[in-house]
Each structure stands twice: as structure tokens, then as C-alpha cells.
Design a protein around this ligand. Structure first.
Ligand code: AMP
Length: 325
């Protein structure tokens, strides 16, 4: 296969990582809370790669089930006592506090595979490549680096492809590199329907459509291009939607002419807000970190404990846009 791998300086750590994984009989894979397609795709895609390569190993993917993403794969029930003898791999998760589940702490060794900027260092082996579009791209890149040693199959290819499509917003975001397209095209050579995956990812519930209508009608944007919308629990309740079903409105505000950075605040049951931040240029993850969150330079998240903190975040975004002008 004639494929240039993303970053040859990464090859040593990829080799070390794969050799380390090969040593374990039981492997349990975790990912971050509130999973997105890249979290599930990297977790379950890696599980399939390991299983296809080493059918004798016991490999599990664990975490909270999200109904909207069940079309990708399902989670396994993992008995707690398995952890003592298992290797835990955590995909797509920059810091320990965002790992979904508690039992990973019972394992003797952990490995981290992630594409977020390095936040919290953890794991016996830590492979972080913040220039990769997605964690799925990294895992597919590991396969492309050692195609003789790692077996890909259609199920793994579908999962990894879905994660790349999800995290690049269908190859729209700046994080999409020429190598992202090479990886996606290599995955598409396997017999799964990329149209089915793309269509599934496009599906929105009728009430999510109504929420999108609300967001487009009610968003606010400052004269310097800071957009925002607040979604209250009352609104979400009236539409029968949960917090995890608000993701479809996040890219919408970025489509409004003049918007440079934007925030979607989703009220949580306890009265505080989840805050999803996006940018077309100014680096926003420092603002997210300052408020206890984190993420990528142009896509991050945090929390605001009340309206006052929402105001502070919006002011900080405005100062950022002015400084960037
Ligand atoms: P989201 O808006 O939830 O899709 O998140 C966008 C990015 O920010 C993802 O890469 C998340 O991993 C990251 N992120 C979101 N919320 C947090 C948080 N509370 N702490 C750290 N990173 C976060």
C-alpha cells in the first residue's frame, strides 16, 4: 500500500504502543463522557482492529450508552473484577476527569491515545497528536503505518470513517488535512456504506429541527462577531430533548454572516450551564480552560455556573476577537 503516514516522528511511539497492546490478553477501552462519533468511533474502531488482529484477546468497549449514537456500535458490560488483569486504553480524552466510567482506576496500566492539545498527562504510554483531525484518524494512521501487523476490516473502517466525518464536520473544518483525506479514502476501500454512515449522521429528530429553528431565530450576535444562544431546560423539556441532542445547533451559528466566535449555553438541571465554544480563527480553548474546561483551539467546551459567568465568558470572547482583529 503506497501511503505516506502522517508524521514519521510519531512512528516510534505508534510501534511502542502497538507492541505494548499486543502483550495484553484483556483490554478495556474507555473514552470521554458525552461521547461524539469520534469518541465512539475511536474506541470501538480500535476494539475491532485489536480483535481482528488478535482473535484470542478479550477486548471491551465501555461507557454510557447514547441513544443517538447506537447506530455506530454498542457498549459492553465489563465486570469490575476484569480490570485487575486488564490494560485500559483511553481514546479521545485529554484529561482524567473527562474519562467516562470509574473502574479504569482499578487497572494496573493505562494508555492514552488523543488528538486534543496535551492537558493532563496520564498513562504508561501517551500518544498525543494535536495536528490530527480526530482520534479516529490517529488510529487509522497506526494501521497505515504497520499494515502488515494490524488487520483492518469493514466494521473497524466504518467506525473510524464515522469519527473522522464527525470531528471534521464532513471535512469542513480547518483540522482537515490532505492526510485526513488519504486516510478516509483508504477506509472507504472497505465494504461498508459510507452513504449510510453520512445519512445517519445527518438525521435529526423532528424536535431537534424545531430547536434549530429556535436557535436561528433567537441567536444574538455582537457587532464584532461574537454569537451566542442560551437554551434553557424549560425549552428543552418542552421539545422533549436532552442535553445530548443539542449538538446539531452548534455549527449553525457559525453559518451566520459576520460571526467569528460563538457560544451555545445549555442549561443543566442543576441551573448551571454547559458551554460549547467554536471559532473561525481566534483561539478559544484558553478561555475554556480558564473556566474549568478545555478542548481544541477552535472547538472547546466548559461550564458556566450562572448568568454572571455567561456574561464573563462573552466579554472574554469579545476581548479575544478585538485582540485578534
Ligand atoms: P463539544 O462542544 O462538547 O462538542 O466539545 C468540543 C471540544 O471541547 C471537544 O473536543 C471536547 O473534548 C472539548 N470539551 C468540551 N467540554 C469540555 C470540558 N468540560 N472540559 C474539557 N474539554 C471539553
Amino acid at each position: 500500500m503506497l501511503v505516506q503516514t502522517m508524521n514519521s516522528t510519531d512512528n516510534q511511539i505508534k510501534r511502542e504502543l502497538w507492541d505494548f497492546i499486543s502483550e495484553w490478553d484483556t483490554i478495556i477501552i474507555h473514552r470521554h463522557v458525552r461521547p461524539d462519533p469520534d469518541a465512539i468511533g475511536s474506541q470501538c474502531g480500535l476494539k475491532e482492529l485489536i480483535k481482528a488482529t488478535f482473535p484470542e484477546k478479550e477486548v471491551y468497549a465501555t461507557g454510557t450508552t447514547v441513544d443517538d449514537l447506537e447506530y455506530l456500535d454498542e457498549m459492553d458490560d465489563v465486570p469490575q473484577d476484569l480490570y485487575e488483569q486488564a490494560l485500559v486504553i483511553v481514546t479521545d480524552t485529554a484529561n482524567i476527569k473527562r474519562i467516562d466510567g470509574e473502574n479504569f482506576k482499578l487497572a494496573k496500566q493505562w494508555v492514552k491515545i488523543d488528538h486534543h492539545p496535551l492537558d493532563d498527562s496520564y498513562g504508561e504510554i501517551e500518544w498525543v497528536n494535536s495536528s490530527a483531525s480526530s482520534c479516529c484518524e490517529m488510529i487509522a494512521d497506526m494501521w497505515l503505518s504497520f499494515p502488515e501487523d494490524i488487520k483492518m476490516n469493514a466494521k473497524a473502517a466504518r467506525l473510524l470513517y464515522a469519527g473522522i466525518v464527525g470531528d471534521t464536520n464532513r471535512f469542513l473544518y480547518d483540522s482537515t488535512s490532505p492526510y485526513t483525506m488519504i486516510v478516509a479514502s483508504e477506509l472507504m476501500k472497505f465494504p461498508f456504506s459510507h452513504t449510510e454512515v453520512n445519512n445517519q449522521m445527518n438525521v435529526i429528530k423532528p424536535n431537534s429541527g424545531k430547536l434549530m429553528g429556535f436557535a436561528l431565530e433567537k441567536f444574538e450576535v455582537s457587532d464584532i462577531g461574537v454569537g451566542h444562544i442560551i437554551l434553557t431546560t424549560d425549552l428543552l423539556k418542552s421539545l422533549g430533548l436532552g442535553d445530548s441532542e443539542t449538538h446539531s445547533i452548534v455549527p449553525l451559528l457559525g453559518q451566520i454572516e459576520g460571526v467569528k466566535v460563538w457560544a451555545v449555553f445549555v442549561e443543566q438541571s442543576e441551573g448551571a450551564y454547559r458551554c460549547r465554544l467554536r471559532s473561525k480563527g481566534p483561539v478559544i480553548n484558553e478561555i475554556a480552560s480558564k473556566h474549568g474546561g478545555g478542548g481544541h483551539p477552535l472547538a472547546s467546551g466548559t461550564h458556566a455556573k450562572d448568568d454572571k459567568e455567561i456574561g464573563e465568558i462573552l466579554e472574554e470572547l469579545k476581548r479575544l476577537v478585538l485582540a485578534d482583529a
